[in-house]
Design a protein around this ligand. Structure first.
Ligand SMILES: Cc1cc2nc3c(=O)[nH]c(=O)nc-3n(C[C@H](O)[C@H](O)[C@H](O)COP(=O)(O)OP(=O)(O)OC[C@H]3O[C@@H](n4cnc5c(N)ncnc54)[C@H](O)[C@@H]3O)c2cc1C
Length: 436
């Protein structure tokens, strides 16, 4: 009998198939290594479009793509749908909720971030977060259900609370959500609910800082605030939320706003897995990494994306953005190759792709790496183009464009439907952690 010795190939486990993990898997495809991608969902989620799901512009499936469909084209890559529950760093094992643990030679941790309640009382119980597809669907259903409720009970005392929508957080996510919500109300719900007076509806954006859109230049922040106000959105700056109780937002100076809808976009922190690894954490729970993105004292463990506590050459944390995550995913794969060849690794350096935000239909801001920033319709088109370009799958791209055209020209929303029912809020943040 012929016995053939087959050299066992090294095994890379990637935990998390978001922007960073999926990019790493793509870069490892076809390499002489075995790769297993672990994710608790069987789809890759395009988070930048979540606010469009939450406001009925896009169907949830358009912002997601089946992971097995992507991975089946990569012969050396396998997929395991499971929650990673821990890592045994000594034995080099990833523990998962479903199935035996996975042994690794190289581990890439890329589980991203989750909602952060910032320790504010009542946020967990009463606010609607927007970090997952389920969150966005729940938000959409609740917003639409508020209108149905007022239509069914026009004499009720709580009309003001039902038609007051408070968005907490004036970063890009909160600003984009506010603009899209104002559009939904003006373009669609105004006509769908002729019995309601639009003057009774309030969209309020609350931000603790003296400006919205922190990452942008000052002139663009002012432009954004004015654009939102022109759309009828009330913008409250330098207003730190004190607490939330059922039906109420509590602001400084004992000010209380009656509302049934508090949309929470104010904070993110590392996924709970980060707290279970016994590794040093920084910032909002991210794992401390060396400048090559490996974990100190664990040279075969790498962290990429929102989970990575990496800093730029000036010592500032990298922004939590999809391009940063993708570039870090690629960087880690290159460093694994260097380690295997016995070469020294290189520090991660981000190539800035610019930042963009929409402010509602036909309006946006884009600060590109070169040239002056652009605003208004041109920036909005740039945003559309960039996001369609990054979406996974031809079908998703086509559907997205069709839905945008439909919304823009016909003032309709393809997915303005209550599908899951109107559930109570359910934030899914982990406990807030102490970190340095
Ligand atoms: C509403 C919203 C809008 C945004 N808009 C923009 C934008 O316009 N432009 C931009 O550049 N960035 C935007 N971002 C930020 C961007 O989406 C993130 O920076 C990016 O997703 C980070 O990529 P990642 O791979 O680190 O994590 P993610 O993309 O979050 O992927 C993490 C993956 O890990 C999986 N996972 C988590 N925990 C586990 C576990 N324990 N076990 C197994 N799997 C797990 C998740 O299911 C997920 O697939 C936005 C984010 C949000 C929430």
């Amino acid at each position: 009998m012929e016995v053939r010795m087959v050299a066992e190939r090294e095994h890379v486990v990637i935990v998390g198939a978001g922007f960073a993990g999926l990019q790493a898997a793509r870069d490892l495809a076809g390499k002489p290594l075995d790769v297993t991608v672990v994710d608790r969902h069987d789809y890759h989620l395009f988070q930048p479009l979540l606010y469009q799901v939450a406001t009925g512009k896009l169907e949830p499936q358009t912002a997601a793509y089946a992971l097995r469909r992507i991975i089946r084209k990569m012969p050396n890559v396998n997929f395991r749908m499971a929650e990673a529950t821990g890592v045994d760093l000594e034995e080099q094992l990833v523990e998962v909720s479903d199935g035996p643990p996975l042994r690794y030679d190289h581990l890439i941790l890329a589980v991203g971030a989750t909602t952060n309640t910032l320790g504010i009382e009542g946020v967990r119980e009463h606010c609607y977060p927007m970090k997952t597809l389920e969150d966005a669907e729940r938000m959409r259903d609740h917003i639409l259900a508020c209108f149905e409720h007022v239509s069914a009970h026009p004499q009720a005392r709580d009309i003001e609370a039902s038609l007051t929508f408070v968005i907490v957080g004036g970063g890009p996510t909160g600003v984009e959500l506010a603009g899209a919500l104002a559009d939904l109300i003006r373009d669609v719900l105004d006509e769908d609910f002729p019995e309601l007076a639009m003057e009774d509806i309030t969209v309020l954006l609350v931000e603790a800082l003296p400006h919205v859109l922190s990452p942008f230049e000052e002139k663009n922040r002012d432009y954004a605030r004015r654009s939102l106000e022109d759309r009828g959105i009330q913008v409250r700056l330098e207003t730190a939320l004190e607490s939330v109780s059922e039906g109420h937002v509590h602001l400084p100076d004992d000010e209380v706003i009656r509302t049934e809808t508090i949309l929470w976009t104010a904070g993110v922190r590392a996924q709970p897995l980060a707290d279970r690894l016994g590794l040093k954490q920084v910032g909002n729970g991210q794992i401390l990494v060396d400048d090559d993105l490996s974990v100190p004292e664990h040279p075969n463990v790498w962290v990429a994306g929102d989970l990575a506590g990496a800093t730029d050459p000036d010592g500032d944390p990298y922004p939590q953005l999809a391009p940063v995550a993708m570039q870090q995913g690629s960087h880690v794969v290159r460093q694994i190759a260097k380690r295997r060849r016995g070469e020294p690794t290189e520090p991660f350096q981000y190539t800035d792709k610019g930042i963009m935000a929409t402010l509602g239909r036909g309006s946006g801001i884009a600060e590109l790496p070169i040239g002056p920033s652009i605003r208004g319709r041109l920036a909005w088109f740039a945003w559309l183009g960039a996001h369609v370009g990054f979406l996974v799958g031809v079908r998703n791209r086509l559907l997205t464009v069709i839905n945008w055209v439909y919304a823009h020209f016909f003032r309709q929303r393809a997915a303005r439907m209550i599908i899951r029912g109107s559930e109570a809020p359910r934030a899914t943040p982990a406990e807030d952690v102490e970190s340095d």
